[in-house]
Write a protein that binds this ligand. Structure first.
Ligand code: ADP
Ligand code: MG
Length: 380
């Protein structure tokens, strides 16, 4: 009976997911802060009833010196207003966390210019202690982990036993660095962090060589993990914020489940990715290290868009290897049953209009992939 219920529950869950398609895009507009509040915000959320539309108005002067305004409407699976709480956002994410527990590969990305709320959405406050588990400003990572613990302890009564293993990587200038390595090992000798390579293991899984994998067996362990990652970031950079806005950070949880009563097993992966700032620094204006950084970021974000589009079209060749980020996520993005969610984070201040427009356009491109997938599913 247990087994039947379980199968039924999963079957229903899968059907709901399939109906929605496996790529979703949520838009989140952060509140204005401090002196940003001056001038008219270019972002309007057409109606409170409709939680999936957003408009951006760009004003400029025409040749006669007259102000003209152009309005761009956008539609996503969900739009979160500046008043939306972390709680409300997580409500819409928790089903995907359940999918990872059920054995699906899941990727959740935060995309947007620096200062648009990516880290707030993915992680929340910089440092969290064990006493802070009920803080309202916690982001997706700590909430996901909490949900996983709560769910696995319930599932234990039905015979499920889970093992959770975590990794935390940073991709900076197309090199992969281990945010969980002991800080001394990272910085020894060269004063630089060790670079890691991607390889394929005997079973064809994409792995990272010599990466630190920690068993995440308690909530305390997660706090330890986040603290170590923060420490490694600080050691590696003179200006921590600057550095984190120029790199992608990828938190990965491998969730292996086994049911001792039914003999079933599941193997899911949850990737939570805080992308590098998408602001388009002109290559002409920068030189040296800055130019290299800029090129690396532009290339990897464009490549992410290309990979998602190629997957949705059902192309035979998917250009995973064009960037470290997509190569690293190859298995999670490309498995037939993978689920992807992208948050496009938007800063509503007038000074950010152009960047917001670019972000919303990129997100629209990703969003259109979902239509492709749904069509393909309908046709087959
Ligand atoms: P990013 O990671 O995209 O560079 P952050 O997440 O660091 O941006 O956000 C920039 C600032 O705005 C931070 O001080 C953050 O706390 C604040 N912030 C971002 N989003 C929100 C939000 N939804 N509500 C309140 N404050 C926010
Ligand atoms: Mg950030």
């Amino acid at each position: 009976k247990l087994r039947k219920e379980e199968t039924l529950r999963r079957g229903l869950h899968n059907t709901i997911q399939e109906l929605k398609g496996n790529i979703r895009v949520f838009c989140r507009v952060r509140p204005l802060c401090g002196d940003e509040a001056e001038g008219k915000a270019p972002i309007t959320l057409p109606s409170c009833e409709d939680h999936n539309q957003i408009e951006l108005t760009q004003t400029s002067e025409n040749a006669l010196g007259r102000a003209t305004a152009k309005t761009f409407p956008f539609k996503f699976d969900r739009v979160f207003s500046p008043e939306s709480t972390q709680d409300a956002v997580f409500d819409e994410v928790s089903q995907l966390i359940q999918s990872a527990l059920d054995g699906y590969p899941v990727c959740i990305f935060a995309y947007g210019q620096t200062g648009s709320g990516k880290t707030h959405t993915m992680q929340g406050p910089d440092s969290i202690s064990t006493q802070d588990m009920d803080r309202p400003d916690l982001g997706i990572i700590p909430r996901a982990v909490r949900q996983i613990y709560e769910t696995t302890s319930k599932l234990a009564q039905r015979g499920w036993e889970y093992s959770l293993e975590g990794q935390f990587l940073e991709i900076y200038n197309e090199t992969i660095q281990d945010l969980l390595a002991p800080t001394t090992r990272n910085t020894q000798a060269s004063g630089k962090q060790a670079k890691l390579d991607i390889y394929q293991d005997n079973e064809g899984h994409t792995r990272v060589k010599n990466v630190t994998t920690v068993s995440v067996d308690s909530a305390e362990r997660v706090h330890w993990l986040l603290a170590r990652a923060a420490e490694n970031r600080t050691v590696a950079a003179t200006n921590c914020n600057e550095r984190s806005s120029r790199s992608h950070s990828v938190f990965t949880l491998y969730l292996q489940g086994k049911n001792s009563l039914t003999g079933e097993s599941s193997s899911g992966v949850l990737n939570l990715i805080d992308l590098a700032g998408s602001e388009r620094l002109s290559s002409s204006g920068s030189s040296g290290d800055r130019l290299k950084e800029t090129q690396a970021i532009n290339k990897s974000l464009a490549c992410l868009g290309d990979v998602i589009a190629a997957l949705a079209k059902g192309n035979r060749h998917i250009p995973y290897r064009n960037s470290k980020l997509t190569h690293l996520l190859q298995e999670s993005l490309g498995a037939g049953n993978s689920k992807t969610l992208m948050f496009v984070c938007v800063n509503p201040s007038p000074a950010s209009t152009q960047e917001s427009l670019c972000s919303l356009q990129f997100a629209t491109k990703v969003n259109s992939c979902q239509i492709g997938t749904a069509k393909r599913q309908a046709a087959s």
